[in-house]
Design a protein around this ligand. Structure first.
Ligand code: HEM
Ligand SMILES: [Cu+2]
Length: 619
């Protein structure tokens, strides 16, 4: 190793306390870690809720939880898994890896990035605080109005949900703007759109989905909030509104949301398979276009969630057909993944196992999805455990398997430590067996007629065995993640041992030290082909480039830390909490809303006038 010069930014950081550093950071990598750590904790909470649900359903006529508690548990479980676990786990990878993959020093708007994290965290804590008040949301993760209207849900439960989602939507939209701009504007010289790594492509498409679908749920939530808070009647017949309107608005958002959860997973898998097959991704441009096509079709199928509402044969046929069409680009992806592995020299490391598990589980979930797209079949299956089985194959079998694959793949780069392979394999096999044991039997329970969202069932209907299996499987799943936690603790105690490029990677993040320095790339790299790092290695005639040294960041300007994103996030939280007060003339003039608004405005003002590198180290 050549001379190692101390990084002056680190010397500076030592002067401030670690807590302050994390609270004020605008470094995309630190924000990524904050996203990951918070999302993982929410994932454990959502998992705990699932385990309570499963324990309640373990045997007929069980009385572990009350029906009211059960409603809160499945609502919070669904809401937590979607908005507080899977989306922010993807956001961890966007934050940490998109700038590295495109050879950039940072995201386009670093302080906006910090703000979206704090808004997300406060929104998530706010949602969970509902448990402490004994008033957790209880109307399902889709909050169907008028069930969620003031009339039928008078307490604070659904206020927590409406307001929590409204807050989380702000975080998603801010992140959407940020990553959309980052990907379009911050790529390294020579990295054309068609040379971008597939994960970056899928991130870009995901952000487009966020930017187009979140405004719809925002508007719907404002209408529902108005119904609840001010007594308007968008969603009730009595006042001239229409309950179907909520379902349309919700699913115009909700179906694309499913792709917001799954497209990043596609991207992760498309990074891992080539590296562990030692072959470029098969059909790169077909992968790009099929991703875009899936996103486009995703906006045309929302009403397949509403076949049972009596929309009429024409609408049912249209949405059936559109839904079936999605199988085509999805099939293209699956064939291309298999084509990537085909004939490669496959290396079965932990990330690869999880990637293969993803493909297998996602195929099962995809097939039962096609089954639902047939409207008459859906009429039988809808609101039964068949649907619960289906969407967990897609969301857990798809998203969580892929996110876990990505976790094992990128862990060395994030933390400079190799995770233990044996524990990784144990995690994989427990998860694969536990997952299938949990969710496969639910298909049968559903076909036998077990409805979803029931807190118990009588004996003698043939549900017992399937429920017993599902509950056993759920505990196995829980244990599999304990193994992951053991792995993290064990390797954390060991020395930082990860080389820059442990897997023989194809993309730019592996060209710099693990973990990367604050400025990522001492010199920006010019890209000539896709799989830029493989091309550099080929040109140098080596299979691994020499280990990069830590270098001084002298002369490289990075944005300084700031308190204002956190202040703005607090202001937003307080502003929205104000809407829990249902009396529109709450004296004097909705003070909580006004306070929140004032804090937000003050924060934005200070933010705007703070020099971008006010607290940055002096060089
Ligand atoms: C630890 C593994 C998991 C288990 C054991 C589990 C179990 C369950 C069960 C039994 C239900 C049905 C509740 C009912 O209908 O009465 C349910 C609902 C749900 N789950 Fe999971 N789940 C798990 C992970 C996930 C993940 C990773 C996601 C996705 C992102 C997810 C999303 C949902 C959603 C959206 C609902 C519907 C909630 C509603 O009806 O409002 N689950 N889960
Ligand atoms: Cu859908």
């Amino acid at each position: 190793m050549a001379t190692t010069v101390l990084d002056p930014t680190h010397a500076h950081a030592a002067k401030r306390s670690a807590v302050v550093e994390w609270l004020t950071t605008v470094d995309h990598k630190k924000i990524g870690i904050l996203y990951g750590a918070s999302a993982f904790i929410f994932f454990l909470i959502g998992g705990l809720e699932a385990l309570i649900i499963r324990t309640q359903l373990m045997k007929p006529d069980n009385t572990l939880v009350s029906p009211e508690m059960y409603n809160q548990l499945f609502t919070m479980h669904g809401t937590t898994m979607i908005f507080l676990a899977v989306m922010p786990l993807s956001a961890m990878f966007f934050n940490f890896f998109v700038p590295l993959l495109i050879g950039a020093r940072d995201v386009a708007f670093p302080r906006l990035n910090a703000m979206s994290f704090w808004v997300f965290l406060l929104g998530g804590l706010f949602l969970n605080a509902s448990f402490l008040m004994g008033a957790a949301p209880n109307g399902g993760w889709f909050g169907y109005a008028p069930l969620s209207s003031r009339q039928f849900a008078g307490g604070l439960n659904m206020d927590f949900w409406v307001i929590g989602l409204q807050i989380l939507g702000i975080a998603s939209l801010a992140a959407g703007v940020n990553f959309f701009t980052t990907i379009l504007n911050m790529r390294a010289p020579g990295m054309t759109l068609m040379r971008m790594p597939m994960f970056v492509w899928m991130t870009l498409i995901t952000q487009i989905l966020v930017l187009l679908s979140f405004p719809v749920i925002t508007v719907a939530l404002i209408m529902l909030m108005a119904d609840r808070t001010f007594g308007s009647s968008f969603f009730s017949w009595a006042g001239g509104g229409d309950p179907m309107l909520w379902q349309h608005l919700f699913w115009v958002f909700g179906h694309p949301e499913v792709y917001i959860l799954i497209l990043p997973a596609f991207g992760i898998i498309s990074e891992i398979l080539p590296v562990f097959s030692r072959k470029p991704l098969f059909g790169y441009s077909a992968m790009v276009f099929s991703g875009a096509f899936i996103a486009f079709l995703g906006f045309g199928v929302w009403s397949h969630h509403m076949f049972s509402t009596g929309m009429g044969p024409l609408a049912d046929s249209f949405f059936s057909l559109m839904t079936m069409l999605i199988a085509i680009p999805t099939g293209v992806k699956i064939f291309n993944w298999i084509g990537t592995i085909w004939g490669g020299s496959v290396q079965l490391k932990t990330p690869m196992w999880f990637a293969l598990g993803f493909i297998a589980m996602f195929i099962i979930g995809g097939l039962s999805g096609v089954m639902h797209s047939v409207a008459p079949a859906d009429l039988q299956q809808t609101d039964s455990y068949f649907v619960v089985a289906h969407f967990h194959y897609v969301l857990f079998g798809g998203s969580i398997f892929a996110l876990t694959a990505g976790g094992y793949y990128w862990w060395p780069k994030m933390f400079g430590r190799m995770l233990d392979e044996k524990l990784g394999m144990t995690h994989f096999w427990l998860m694969l067996v536990g997952f299938n044991l949990t969710f496969f039997p639910m298909h049968f329970a559903g076909l036998l007629g077990m409805p979803r969202r029931i807190y118990t069932y009588p004996a003698g209907l043939g549900f017992e065995l399937y429920n017993m299996m599902a509950t056993a499987g759920a505990f196995l799943l829980g244990i599999s993640f304990l193994v992951f936690i053991v792995n993290v603790i064990k390797t954390w105690r060991g020395p930082a041992n990860a080389p820059a490029d442990p897997w023989g990677g194809a993309t730019l993040e592996w060209a710099i030290p693990s973990p990367p320095q604050e400025f990522n790339f001492p010199k920006l790299i010019t890209v000539h082909e896709k799989d830029a790092l493989w091309q550099m290695k080929r040109e140098a005639g080596v299979s691994r480039l020499p280990e990069p040294d830590l270098v001084s960041g002298k002369g490289i300007h990075m944005p300084g830390p700031s308190w204002w994103p956190l202040v703005v996030a607090f202001g937003i939280l307080i502003f929205f909490i104000g809407f829990m007060m249902k009396d529109p003339w709450a004296f004097p003039f909705r003070p909580v809303n006004i306070l929140g608004f004032a804090i937000t405005t003050f924060g934005i003002f200070k933010w705007a006038y703070e020099a971008p590198d006010a607290h940055a180290p002096q060089h």
